[in-house]
Design a protein around this ligand. Structure first.
Ligand code: PA5
Length: 442
């Protein structure tokens, strides 16, 4: 069992006939997806990616990763949204189990507009040997473009133009965009964001794979895990397909007014997986006035801040608990003769047992408090299992979006703030919008 969906804590919220009612919709959604007849069907490259990837580029990614590992102490990944969340999620999830001090430190830039963050990275660039991977599918996103301009100038100043060229790696569209044109002109090594894979579905392309490989993570295992999930989730019957069942449950709960889903983790190393998942579901489903709002918590930390709300606040939420059966780390609680803290009843127990108990106690309390609870159990903390989980969430997201009646593969709303910002900053071509905004006197 690599991944298991446990519905124990859903029983009083969803009855059998509700599963029966939604089953035909899942079948239709599957048909739209597999026959590529649904909305956004030109962005389905991720569906077969774990098998159908560019093998020549994959080998080049591994070679580049080895070179980067030996050429630098600090590797700066520049990108935002789908161009950084996946790699950061995978690296954070696996890094402690993968600790190797000979590998470069990995930093992320261009994922915010913060002089403080950029100044910190400028100090890193000055004091350490650095390589850069700039990632942008469009090649025009402001945050990474500005970070790249600043850090590239620094590298050129530090190493000279020729040496800097060898330290800059670009991941972008294969033929379009400013970044592609600039890379060709400069002679940077480039990797491709496939046309048919959107940003939030791109972690298993060069977008995610190059930084992940530099972090020393086995990208073959990641792909094998994703491919195993691809092969496992083909049955259209929700009783035989946990990805489809997850999509079905979300939709049943949404129709009952459960508008907010909390992805719950019990390990701090899961925080960026939660961020990646939020983008995947939020950007795929939040449109046409619909969609579950994706949020996240780390327990037991957040039980001491948000626990009260979850237990007794507005009943518009449900939880999806993601637990890892084998975290590959253990720690026994010691016996203490004096027992002044009164904790000897825990002596000899592992912290993992304590975590399991906290999880069960919380699930039960929240269930009793009116919070439906989906439980996803992952076998272990490994690249294989994580690849499996990534594919599980991507597939479920596509099915869930189609059941909801939206195009899960576009993100028209993301452009609105960008356009306003370009107009306000005086970008050529945005003069009319600038005038309109100014006339509103806000
Ligand atoms: O999912 C998406 O499309 C977005 O989050 C993008 O990944 C993000 O805006 C970055 O875009 P780009 O890779 O074009 O710089």
């Amino acid at each position: 069992m690599t991944l298991k969906l446990n519905d124990t804590y859903l029983k009083k919220f969803i009855s059998e006939h509700e599963y029966n009612c939604i089953a035909p919709m899942v079948e239709v959604a599957d048909k739209m997806l597999r026959s590529k007849t649904g909305a956004g069907n030109s962005f389905l490259g991720w569906l077969d990616l774990p098998e159908n990837y560019d093998k020549e580029e994959f080998a080049r990614i591994k070679d580049a990763a080895k070179r980067i590992q030996s050429d630098c102490e600090a590797f700066i990944v520049i990108g935002i949204g789908g161009s950084y969340l996946g790699s950061k999620a995978v690296i954070d999830f696996l890094k402690q189990s993968n600790n190797n001090s000979s590998l470069p430190e990995i930093y992320f830039a261009g994922c915010n507009i913060s002089a403080t963050s950029l100044n910190e990275l400028i100090s890193v660039c000055k004091s350490k040997n650095v390589c850069i991977n700039v990632i942008s599918k469009s090649g025009t996103t402001t945050e990474p473009a500005v970070a790249f301009r600043i850090l590239r100038a620094l590298l050129e100043e530090k190493y000279g133009v020729e040496e800097a060229r060898k330290r800059i790696y670009v991941t972008t569209d294969k033929s379009r965009g400013t970044l592609k044109a600039f890379s060709t002109q400069q002679g940077y090594e480039t990797f491709v964001v496939p046309d048919d894979v959107g940003g939030r579905f791109s972690v298993l392309t060069a977008v995610g794979l190059l930084p992940i490989a530099v972090a020393g993570i086995d990208i073959d295992e990641l792909m094998h895990g994703a491919n195993a999930a691809r092969l496992a989730y083909t049955d259209t019957n929700i009783n035989n397909n946990d990805a489809y069942k997850y999509a079905a449950i979300r939709n049943i709960l949404y129709r009952k007014g459960k508008n907010l889903e909390l992805l719950v983790g019990y390990e701090p190393y899961m925080a960026m997986i939660q961020e990646w998942w939020k983008q995947l579901y939020g950007e795929s489903e939040g449109k046409d006035g619909k969609g579950i709002f994706p949020a996240s918590v780390i327990f037991s930390t957040d039980l001491h801040s948000l626990g009260q709300y979850i237990q007794q606040g507005n009943r518009m939420l449900f939880e999806t608990v993601l637990s890892i059966n084998d975290s590959k780390s253990s720690l026994e609680i010691p016996y203490d003769e004096a027992n002044i803290d009164g904790l000897n009843f825990l002596a000899g127990k592992d912290i993992n047992d304590l975590q399991q108990t906290a999880m069960k106690a919380t699930q039960l309390a929240h269930y009793d408090g009116g919070v439906p609870n989906i439980h996803i159990e992952l076998e272990e903390r490994s690249a294989y299992c994580l690849g499996y989980l990534i594919y599980f969430f991507e597939l479920a997201c596509a099915i869930s979006g189609y059941i909801l009646g939206v195009n899960p593969f576009d993100q028209p709303g993301v452009e609105d703030y960008k356009n306003n910002m370009f107009a306000m900053l005086g970008k050529p071509g945005y003069e009319k919008l600038k005038q309109e905004l100014e006339s509103r006197n806000i």
